[in-house]
Design a protein. Structure first.
Length: 436
């Protein structure tokens, strides 16, 4: 089951933001994340806030049938105060209701939130279990309430088995511009350990269908370090990803999260835990293969064919922008205030239906906390961290970071901390040195 949310102070029922968060509102980039908390099955490594039909007490959704919501029975789990049924069929209206609530909270005048949205990201879960028309309806609600900037990036994640050529064509017609497929691996045995249900060649076919549908940007997500995976397996996955010709690849080290089936198997000794040295070697292999294919790292776990191919929504996260997270368990950040919604779809639906904030708790970051986050995130980017934002002690430590070969001497001379390839493997240690 999904992990617990952090603690924090209560969110006002009206969602009111503190003055410190509203200061500068409209002058910072603003995006919207829409969490779709449904999956056909739960992968063994996943602790995201997602739910299968069985977990919600409903009839399971058939894989490979993206436009299923009208036929899925409504779910009204025990504990839903308002008795609000939550399902694929009813969820779009709940998401739209929170979008309207967000507009009221963020309004810069009495009539409209003059806060055009530069990026929209449908994540999950499996957003493409919703019919394309429903994703389009949510997108139009965002445009109606806030306005989409010209050329706004609109991304959806997609499991390869949840879409086909027709569905991708419909998604593009609804105004989506970018799609990110969860490939994870090209090796059947590795996919089996991860409990992934798609066939190894399916992501490449999806990438081709997406390009044929007119998607401007196509991304593939990979995971390395799965128990039993070899270096040869990892190279096979990278080669398959490159052959699919995406303009963006994300590669993440496997993390064994508490409470997952994978964690239970590791605890019982059925599978070995990921090895840090192996993970480091796999990262270096990824950088070697992807760089040779013309994909350049721009964030430690992300490579893009050009600056225009970078994920603009994630860049907003990494550069201290503002965003509102729609949906159960979704996180938001505006001007140093961070909050997160109640986790369960039924609790979320009850609050939204009542017209109150679905926020469970929030924290207002102190100046030192924002500074730490800014350094930590900037260090992960290819542009690096400006030396000018460091404390005097951090500036002194920047010299030792360079001396240890963890950051570029040339970049430091230009006033920035830019990690070397070795430094990328030790980014957390570099952050600690720069924030001492």
């Amino acid at each position: 089951m999904p992990g617990a949310l952090p603690d924090g102070e209560p969110v006002p029922s009206a969602g009111t933001l503190p003055d410190s968060a509203r200061a500068g509102l409209g002058r910072r980039p603003f995006g919207i994340y829409v969490h779709v908390p449904f999956c056909t099955t739960r992968c063994g490594y996943c602790d995201f806030n997602t739910y299968t039909a069985a977990e919600l007490g409903a009839r399971p959704v058939s894989p490979g049938a993206p436009a299923v919501s009208p036929g899925v029975p409504a779910v009204s789990p025990a504990g839903s105060a308002a008795g609000r049924p939550v399902s694929l069929a009813t969820y779009p209206d709940l998401a739209i209701a929170e979008i309207r609530f967000a507009r009221q909270v963020m309004a810069l005048d009495q009539h409209r939130a003059d806060l055009p949205v530069s990026t929209v990201f449908f994540g999950g879960g499996t957003p493409t279990l919703l019919p394309p028309a429903d994703l389009g309806r949510i997108l139009r609600a965002i445009d109606t309430e806030f306005g989409l900037q010209p050329g706004a990036e609109v991304t959806t994640e997609a499991n390869p088995e949840s879409v086909d050529a027709a569905a991708l064509g419909e998604l593009r017609a609804q105004g989506l511009t970018r799609v990110s497929f969860g490939m994870q691996s090209a090796v059947p045995g590795v996919l089996a350990v991860l409990d992934r249900v798609h066939q190894p060649g399916r992501p490449a076919r999806c990438a081709g269908w997406a390009r044929a549908a007119g998607f401007e940007h196509v991304s593939l997500d990979l995971i390395y370090g799965t128990p039993g995976e070899s270096d040869a397996d990892w190279r096979r996955s990278l080669d398959a990803a490159v052959a699919a010709a995406p303009d963006h690849v994300s590669a993440y080290a496997l993390t064994v999260e508490p409470g997952t089936r994978l964690a239970a198997r590791v605890r019982r000794g059925e599978l070995p835990p990921p090895d840090d040295d192996v993970l480091a070697d796999r990262y270096l292999i990824a950088d070697e293969v992807l760089s040779a294919a013309g994909l350049t790292w721009y964030e430690i776990s992300n490579w893009a064919a050009a600056e225009s191919s970078r994920c603009a929504h994630n860049m907003l996260y990494w550069t201290d922008g503002d965003w509102w997270g729609i949906g159960p368990g979704a996180h938001s950040h505006v001007g140093g205030t961070r909050w997160w919604n109640v986790r369960h779809p039924a609790a979320y639906g009850a609050r939204v239906a009542a017209g109150t904030s679905p926020g469970q708790a929030r924290e207002v970051l102190a100046g030192s906390e924002r500074q730490l986050e800014r350094v930590m995130l900037a260090v992960r980017l290819t542009e690096g961290c400006p030396v000018e934002i460091l404390s005097p002690a951090g500036r002194l430590n920047a010299q030792s970071v360079v001396a240890e070969g963890l950051a570029s001497a040339d970049a430091l001379a230009r006033g920035r901390i830019v990690l070397t390839r070795r430094g990328r493997l030790l980014a957390d240690a570099v952050t600690r040195k720069l924030t001492d």
